[in-house]
Design a protein around this ligand. Structure first.
Ligand code: CTP
Ligand code: MG
Length: 297
């Protein structure tokens, strides 16, 4: 099986309120998109990465990823008018051999690699659409018409069976392609677009499976969320997980860039608008654009 991750990073981040697009905003010295990409790759389950970038900022996203020296092929494509449209652009850029797709938001920059692996594993074990979710801790009320003065409460929803849903969401490629084609008319604007990819799968009547999410996979939407992410980096993540991510990347670089044993061919590089990032000052090598055939098994 060949697994691709589509990393959505084409949004403007209007609620965060920076001049920069959100994915390029720094967190502990790295842009959010770089954190997310490192964590996807450190999971060890991703063979190729496609990143959606804001129009006119694709080069900046490419540079940010090149600085990470990721040991798998990386392709940067322009996003669309909505998150859904951006994912569709990512799907269109996938190499042909990909059969499992993880869709992840750069805004969930601190996703644990173990969560990425859990979602991929559930897809590989036969669930065609898999989402991570966490229990909700607030009491949830359904309300009537909302005015400036408030809103009438209609009902209290039992929260036992409610889950707040995260990314990465994992799919068989055939299914996520079909769901996006079926929902294409919704993609033109955020007002009509699906807010996650699983909703498009549900809309064509196919079941979706939920696995345990993770607290650290929270979405950075507001300045307060960014401050919470800084705290997580300075606190518990700094001690163990950051070192684990770095160690996993070092091991993968060594594994995927080791010479190919005799008698084995490397798979061809994916075709198309490839912007495989190569760090400045380093000549591109074969391994920058060519996936190890082992990764495609
Ligand atoms: N995204 C995207 N293309 C879009 C809109 C969003 O790739 N046209 C990505 C964002 O970059 C983000 C993820 O989808 O990683 C989730 O979206 P959200 O958190 O809403 O980010 P933004 O749209 O950038 O933020 P805002 O809604 O506050 O403007
Ligand atoms: Mg948005």
């Amino acid at each position: 099986m060949t697994t691709a991750a589509i990393l959505t990073a084409a949004g403007s981040g209007s609620r965060l309120g920076y001049d920069e697009p959100k994915a390029l905003v720094g967190l502990g010295g790295r842009p959010l998109v770089a954190h997310a990409a490192r964590r996807l790759v450190a999971s060890g389950v991703v063979d190729v990465l496609v990143v959606t970038a804001p129009r006119a900022r694709a080069d900046d996203v490419t540079r940010a990823l090149a600085a990470e020296d990721l040991p798998i092929p990386v392709r940067v494509v322009e996003g669309g008018a909505s998150r859904q449209a951006s994912v569709a652009a990512g799907l269109a850029a996938l190499p042909q051999e990909v059969d499992v797709v993880l869709v992840h938001d750069a805004a969930r920059a601190l996703v644990p690699p173990s969560l990425v692996a859990r979602v991929a594993q559930a897809v590989r074990s036969g669930h065609r659409a898999v989402i991570p979710g966490v229990p909700v801790s607030d009491t949830i009320k359904q309300v009537g018409e909302v005015s400036v003065e408030g809103a009438p409460v209609l009902a209290t929803v039992s929260r036992d069976r409610l889950r707040a849903v995260q990314t990465p969401q994992g799919f068989s490629r055939e299914l996520v392609d079909r769901a996006h084609v079926a929902g294409l008319v919704r993609a033109a604007s955020e007002a009509t677009a699906a807010t996650d990819d699983a909703a498009l799968v549900e809309a064509i009547g196919i079941g979706v499976w939920l696995v345990d999410g993770a607290e650290d996979a929270f979405k950075i939407t507001t300045p307060r969320d960014l401050a919470a992410a800084e705290l997580a980096l300075a606190g518990h993540l700094a001690v163990d997980e950051l070192e684990q991510v770095e160690a996993a990347l070092v091991a993968l670089r060594a594994e995927r860039r080791s010479p190919v044993p005799e008698g084995r061919d490397r798979s061809p590089a994916p075709e198309g608008r490839d912007r495989s990032p190569v760090p400045e000052g380093r000549e591109p090598t074969e391994s920058d654009a060519v996936p190890d055939d082992e990764a495609a098994s």
